[in-house]
Design a protein. Sequence first.
Lengths: 287, 325
Amino acid sequence: MNLWFLLSVNSVTLGGLLFLLSAGFSLIFGLMRIPNLTHGSLFMLGAYFSVSLIAGGLHFWVAALLAGLGVAALGGIIERFVLRRLAGAELAQVLVTLGLSFMVADVCLMAWGGDPISIATPAALRGATRFFAGLAFPTYRLAIIVIAVAIAAALWALIDKTRLGAMIRAGVDDRAMAQVVGIRVSRLFTIVFCLGAGLAGFAGVIGGPILSVYPGLDQDMLPLALVVVILGGTGSLLGSLVGSFVVGFLYNFGQAMFPELAYVVLFLPMLIVLVVRPQGLFGRAAP
Amino acid sequence: MTRLALALVLLATLPFWVGNTYYVNIATQILIYAVFALGLNVLVGYAGLVTLGHAGLFGIAAYAGALIVNGGHGHVAAVTGALLATLATAAIFAALALRGTGLGFVMITVALGQITWGIAYRWISITNGDNGVSIRGRPVPFGLSLASATGLYWATLVVFLVALATIAIFAASPFGASVRGTRDQPQRMNALGYHVWMIRFLAFLFSGLWSGVAGMLFLYYNQFVSPQAVALGASAEALLMVIAGGTGTLLGPIAGAALVVIMKNVASAYIVRWNFVLGAIFVAIVVFMPEGLVPGTVRLWRWATATRRRRPAAPAPAPGAEGGR
């Protein structure tokens, strides 16, 4: 099989996973104005939850859904009981998310141990799907791409077509004005935080068969999400989508061509975007 | 003045009255991290720019120093090269991070710090990856051997005092005042004709330089550096020192450094989970005492003893809330 084809497939898959991770991050940043530094931890936590659920006999997809919901609930708790206490003090909120990320990492180490755990690919999706011209496509990776595209479409519909989405967009654009016209922005915070956390947790589960779960996964994923959001611009779904695939390609091709410098390759477009267009490709200039 | 002299005498004679080498080493660690925290406080406290990428600068200095020493060059070349590398990296970090506004600044510094960590961890042919780089032997400046714990303590003390004096002079200087001005009233400073961006950039360089100095001290103390020193946790620890001691105060970071180093050593004797404790303390301090441990304790005490007669002092605004506009 052609190496470049395989690399591209892997890049698109990673891009899909990164989109699930960074869409929530971007929405939270857009609405609440804070970079949620627990986002990598939520991704890892979702994966670990599913490890336990699958070990308990549940089917992969049921476990993925439950783990996503569990992480969403945890996100809701973090927002309601910790971040809400610090409303208005954004710096304090960021520092709290940082402190929480250390606590989550340590709890995971305690509960699931230090060895990498791989999540088995669901039986129905093992093997490869053949396409025209004899090109084979790993079925599970294809499934991830389909799921990511479906969730992207659903998110777009949610944000662009529903009343809730209109309220979120209003909150992102001008929080004070949204409050004045009677939108309960604080409830939006909880909803968006749950949504973002749930997506991150779900992404952790479906990424599990590819990435496996290990201590430090959170630290590996967080900078990728940050780079995606810096590239794409905060609060923009389209930005997250484009940024995710750019980062997915750069990371995989970088790792194949300059294995030791993959991180630097990743860093270059971020540098260019920051110099040329600091608000990100699809972000709006700060008011 | 007498108190200052007394403190100096106590610090200089510390190896004689604590006796045990273990405690002398802890004192050295405290001084190293105090230099780091003092430098970080220039940015976090005085300039109001919160960064989580300073461990990257700390690590760049340590790695550059280690690689130069292992390349067969002298310690003068190592220290010079390491500090130049730190300044160059700090300039890049500052130029990029200052493109972000508000908490975008924090986010970019996290990304930059993590990328530095990724390089230290992945660029195995240069950095030896997770195994780290070790050096053999400490320098012998002016005939004073640093091989013993006491010798290294004194050398660290001298560097620490230089750092403290420099930063005290900085804080009292017109430049220090303009840095505080850009923290409190960036727009007004701009209207008054100050170049806000340049002031912040220079504050970043000045702050980064001390991270580099601390990184070199750390290298000579451990004779070893690994990606652990560059990780986000290291940046968070340093930030915790500054915040715990009280941002924007001269002596706060020193108290914070002592607190964190002692707690880390004590905690690790009883529990394996230092990271959990670090996170929990972080959350507790930010939620309950955002202005720092010392002022925070005073406030809680006042609130507990005299709630009825007057309202407790309003909590100080969080550092950097206005930053980066």
